[in-house]
Design a protein around this ligand. Sequence first.
Ligand SMILES: [Zn+2]
Length: 73
Amino acid sequence: MITIATILLLITILFLYLKNQNNNKVEYVYINEKTKKYHLEECPYAKNLKGISLKDAVKNGYTPCKICNHNQL
Ligand SMILES: [Zn+2]
């Protein structure tokens, strides 16, 4: 027999699962060590640059590129 408590538990698990999925989405950016800017993958300036996580880029003092990143983050 399925009780309301079971249903609530399932909903909670589903909720946590979805939340976790969002958190696991790693945002990768491409850093230019000379200009201290980071670029999105589709940016023409991102070619041949080192990819790191957005979190690390910000932590290391990188700022968003004005061409590819002006509306985001
Ligand atoms: Zn860019």
